[in-house]
Ligand binder design. Structure first.
Ligand code: FAD
Ligand code: UDP
Length: 389
């Protein structure tokens, strides 16, 4: 019975949860929030492992970081953050290097002590093949930034494993996620705000959604419900956009990950949270060791939980994690955008609904904006919720 529902939200990840929280608290409207999974939180969900007590991010490591003060202030209403600062190392041919590429990585790789200026000159020489040309894809962009030798060592193999797509067919924005630094600063992110939720990710969602006007139905798939919905019911849809239109315009390319979890009888497996593996001969892309995300907690020291990540193209039955976004995908997506404009009562949002490589803070920021620009005008002025260009 939907008679009491003012807004149906499909997906309880950060996008759906932010809209739900705003609608309930700011507009006092009744929200029905559904997710086909058995838990709230979407891909950011984490749980405390029953055997070891260690917080494990079920869908891969989730590091919160943002330059956006509005998002930071908003999220701090629902959680405190630890002062964790993310650092990553990469194994290449049996040596361990700091990632992202910084002066330490460059000096170690070329086995020379280099000043910042010397390193810049060296890399500029090695990137000379790109001089005066505009990079047109991930490979060219990477070579223009770090030169060919570093690209071939740290990026080419890892990217091939992670995307299973020729780096010349991938968009350059994927690689500009990683900074390149001519200092010894080896922090993974540049953002002003960074940390991990003090009592885990699930607690954030419980607090955001704890409101009498928010009803949550878990284990419910939108597509088994769709035909029984009252016509015109306003919907925020954060599932895959190609699935919404029954793949009528073709399938969008997504990448999924198989997470291989193991409990190891040691207090410390690898000495840090994330170790990347650059060699193509090693089938996984990285190993996560969750205890290192929370050094402030007094976890037991008998056992540790690690996860190996194996990346592959998603089939329809798989969880779609990353939009691959090749040129062909862009064409297909544009056709879905046109179809989405015709859905006047449906707003498409989030990483899956807009086919964008959004980080958590970007999903929250986009949801806060959509609340102001679409949801509020819909409920206060009767404007259509969907149909956006
Ligand atoms: P999601 O969290 O994916 O939520 C969408 C929800 O919709 C899901 O729960 C899904 O079950 C539900 N759904 C889909 N279809 C249906 C349906 N038919 N019926 C009912 N429910 C449905 N971001 C960071 O900021 N830092 C990181 O370190 C980071 N690491 C990541 C690592 C991995 C492996 C992945 C996959 C993502 C990572 N992200 C990270 C991105 C982060 O997960 C997203 O930004 C965030 O989850 C986006 O929120 P969302 O609400 O758009 O989507
Ligand atoms: N990347 C790489 N080597 C690394 C780390 C990253 O080649 O050691 C590339 C890879 O193409 C990856 C992109 O940089 O997809 C962005 O990395 P990020 O860590 O942001 O990816 P995510 O955490 O989203 O998987």
């Amino acid at each position: 019975d939907f008679s009491n529902v003012d807004l149906l939200i499909v997906g309880a990840g950060f996008y759906g949860a932010t809209i739900a929280e705003r609608v309930a608290n700011e507009l006092q409207k009744n929200v029905l929030l559904i997710d086909r999974r058995s838990h709230i939180g979407g891909n950011a969900y984490s749980e405390f492992d029953s055997e070891t007590g260690i917080e494990v991010h079920r869908y891969g490591a989730h590091l919160f970081h943002t330059p956006n003060e509005t998002v930071w202030t908003y999220l701090n209403r629902f959680t405190g953050f630890t002062d964790y600062k993310h650092r990553v190392y990469s194994t290449y041919r049996d040596q361990v290097y700091a990632m992202p590429i910084n002066l330490g990585t460059i000096s170690q790789f070329f086995n020379r002590r280099l000043s910042p200026a010397e390193a810049r000159t060296l890399i500029a020489d090695q990137a000379a093949e790109m001089a005066g040309r505009n990079p047109a894809n991930l490979e060219e962009k990477a070579i223009s930034l770090i030169g060919r030798p570093l690209y071939e060592a740290f990026i080419r193999g890892y990217t091939a494993k992670q995307w299973q797509t020729d780096p010349r067919d991938l968009p350059e924005h994927i690689i500009t996620r990683l900074p390149v630094r001519y200092t010894y600063d080896n922090r993974y992110f540049n953002d002003k705000y960074e940390g991990l939720p003090v009592d885990g990710y699930a607690a954030i969602f419980e607090r955001m959604l704890n409101h009498p006007k928010i009803n949550i139905a878990l284990g419910v798939d939108f597509f088994s419900l769709k035909s029984s919905l009252p016509p015109g019911l306003p919907i925020v849809y954060t599932g895959p956009i190609d699935r919404y239109f029954d793949y009528s315009e073709g399938e969008l390319g997504w990448r999924t990950i198989d997470f291989e979890k193991e409990t190891v009888n040691t207090g410390d497996f690898q000495g840090m949270a994330v170790m990347n593996y650059a060699d193509e001969t090693i089938p996984f892309t990285r190993i996560l060791e969750f205890r290192h995300f929370n050094p402030e907690r007094s976890y037991q020291t008998e056992k540790t939980v690690i996860v190996r990540e194996y990346s592959r193209s998603a089939q329809r039955k798989d969880e779609p994690y990353y939009p691959i976004d090749t040129r062909q995908d862009k064409d297909v997506f544009l056709r879905y955008r046109v179809r989405a404009e015709a859905e006047v009562n449906v707003h498409f949002g989030g990483r899956l609904g807009t086919y964008r490589y959004l980080d958590m803070h970007q999903a929250i920021g986009a949801a806060l904006k959509a609340f102001e620009s679409r949801v509020v005008p819909h409920f206060t002025e009767g404007r259509i919720l969907g149909g956006e260009k």
